[in-house]
Design a protein around this ligand. Structure first.
Ligand SMILES: C[S@@+](CC[C@H](N)C(=O)[O-])C[C@H]1O[C@@H](n2cnc3c(N)ncnc32)[C@H](O)[C@@H]1O
Length: 297
């Protein structure tokens, strides 16, 4: 009490020491946003001579600004049902899921395990989120609670998946953490991807199994989901294939594909118009008859 009276008594032009420390902190460059090289540059230190090093770039994996709870810290401090995830998945989750935080998002997770991930999504996505867990193991029914529903069935059974959609509606997020068998992943993707929201996200994890024989995978093996994704990269770009490839609904409805170690993410969104206008005024430094070549048509 005595301390706070003291601080109230200070002339308003002289900031309290604690306040000036705070101000200094706010004015300081935000080192966490910068690469190591740029931190050294800001601090006036010689940057290591690295060829091709990128300076002053923001970290694209940085969580959404509005999210105060890090999924990673939630995972690390979890005392509820067990969650089983690879550590390096967390930045990817935050990157692709953070825009749904505190919305009325419908998330479907294939593969409930011991129920902990369902609870983690509920905590992360907020009070309006609805989480639907799908699992082949009937014991997973016990994981149902407020905001979490569980339906028992096989992820390769498309009739079952269609029933789940009919019951719960259009998912905004699908996360496939189920059997990790190639034909199962493919069956779920074929049925669910066209049905997710037009700005939805579809993520398949643990795709190291795409290289493992016992999961119907193998390097360059046609049945591997990674091989299917390589073809989908072409389908994403079909508008530019000069009739070599017919654009499909996938071409029209997919904005981006992201590849990580063991993860593939599809982000949906409808292209309004694909065009490459040139905007701006000509610089006098260029000759009048200057023509450049940019492969835009
Ligand atoms: C890796 S665990 C899920 C882990 C959980 N998501 C987590 O993060 O803690 C895989 C789950 O997929 C389920 N599963 C296996 N084959 C399946 C199938 N064909 N259809 C649906 N679920 C399946 C298993 O019963 C198991 O619970």
């Amino acid at each position: 009490m005595a301390d706070s009276n003291k601080s109230l008594g200070r002339p308003s032009t002289v900031p309290h020491p604690a306040a000036s420390t705070l101000l200094q902190r706010l004015e300081r460059p935000r080192f966490r946003d910068l690469t190591t090289t740029s931190q050294q540059a800001v601090a006036g230190l010689a940057a290591p001579a690295m060829s091709g090093s990128v300076t002053f770039t923001r970290n694209p994996m940085r969580p959404h600004k509005g999210s105060c709870m890090s999924l990673w810290s939630d995972f690390q401090t979890n005392t509820k049902r067990p969650i089983h995830k690879w550590k390096h998945y967390f930045p990817a989750y935050e990157r692709h899921f953070s825009r749904f935080v505190n919305t009325d998002v419908l998330m479907v997770e294939i593969g409930c395990g011991e129920g902990g991930s369902l609870q983690m999504w509920k905590r992360y996505l907020g009070p309006h989120a609805r989480i639907v867990g799908i699992d082949i193991n009937p014991a997973c029914q016990a994981f149902a609670e407020d905001q979490i529903d569980v339906r028992i069935g096989d992820q390769s059974d498309q009739a079952f998946l269609a029933e789940v959609l009919a019951e719960f509606g259009t998912p905004d997020i699908v996360l496939d953490d189920g059997s990790h068998v190639m034909s199962h992943i493919q069956a779920s993707f074929d049925l669910l991807y066209p049905q997710i929201a037009k700005n939805g996200v579809y993520m398949v994890e643990d795709l190291h199994t795409a290289y493992w024989d016992e999961f119907e995978g193998g390097l360059k093996r046609k049945s591997s989901f990674i091989e299917h994704c390589k073809d989908l990269v072409d389908e994403l770009n079909a508008d530019h294939a000069r009739n070599a490839l017919e654009p499909t609904e996938f071409t029209r409805s997919t904005l981006s594909m992201h590849f990580y170690d063991s993860i593939v993410v599809f982000e949906k969104g409808r292209h309004t118009q694909k065009a490459a206008p040139k905007i701006g005024s000509r610089t006098s430094a260029l000759p009048q008859n200057f023509t450049g070549f940019w492969p835009k048509t």
